[in-house]
Write a protein that binds this ligand. Structure first.
Ligand code: PGA
Length: 246
């Protein structure tokens, strides 16, 4: 099974969503899951889009309910019938100072309502240059998966911060090695039989997705910029299918 998720971030307008919905109506084989994480206020506007792909959002509150102005709870996401939610994106960790403990609480809230968490992990450029990637990932995974339900699926997205939105995609060698490493770590934390699903994210495009999709340790992609354009997004999906066939 292959997985392709888009992350629109704080982009798109109602008109652009309509066009995306129209242009993304492509028949895909049943061995690929495709979804988009939309801005929460646009969930209603994505009703038609939800008929042909999974729908999710980009953040959730770590709290159950109550006086938390501006927050959105996992229970609310369940009410809207959402399939998944991104947690721990490097932009949330970086710009909003989200800690490993907060990320882990968010995963627990999502699990309570059976919403699939897509957990983003990745090293900064400085950490990469200091060859600290594996160390950083191990500590993020250990902190983020602390006491979560080990019987529920969590998808991991390996997103090197230096590759996000920069056009600098990580080399195939790095992606293959690190996705494999994350799988080993997942097995250590969640149990040997845990179905470790690992995506790569960071400047994935129609041009580079075919060769990345051929890497055996890569189960799919989390795509930012290119997911805002239905044609590009669907062409990545097609490359994944072709790449998976090897
Ligand atoms: P990008 O973003 O594809 O634009 O690099 C990836 C992400 O932030 O998930």
């Amino acid at each position: 099974m292959k997985y392709l998720f888009g992350n629109w971030k704080m982009n798109m307008s109602l008109a652009e969503i309509k066009a995306f919905t129209r242009q993304s109506k492509v028949k895909l084989p049943s061995n690929i899951y495709v979804g988009v994480a939309v801005p929460s206020v646009y969930v209603g506007a994505c009703e038609k889009l939800h008929k042909n792909m999974l729908l999710g959002v980009q953040n959730v509150s770590e709290y159950q309910k109550g006086a938390y102005t501006g927050e959105i709870s996992a229970n609310m996401l369940r009410d809207l019938d959402l399939d998944f939610c991104i947690v721990g994106h490097s932009e949330r960790r970086g710009y909003f100072n989200e800690t490993n403990t907060q990320v882990s609480e968010k995963i627990k809230r999502l699990q309570e309502y059976d919403i699939l968490p897509i957990l983003c992990v990745g090293e900064t450029l400085k950490q990469y240059e200091k060859q600290e990637t594996k160390q950083v990932l191990s500590s993020q995974l250990a902190g983020n998966l602390d006491n979560v339900d080990k019987f529920k699926q969590i998808i991991i997205a390996y997103e090197p911060v230096w590759a996000i939105g920069t056009g600098k995609v990580a080399s195939e060698e790095i992606v293959a090695e690190i996705c494999d490493y994350i799988k080993q770590e997942m097995h250590k934390i969640m149990g040997q039989n845990y179905p470790a699903i690992v995506l790569y994210g960071g400047s994935v495009s129609p041009e580079n997705s075919l060769s990345l999709a051929k890497l055996p340790s890569v189960d799919g992609f989390l795509v930012g910029g290119a997911s805002q354009n239905a044609e590009k997004f669907m062409s990545i999906a097609k490359n994944m299918i072709q790449g998976g066939e090897k």
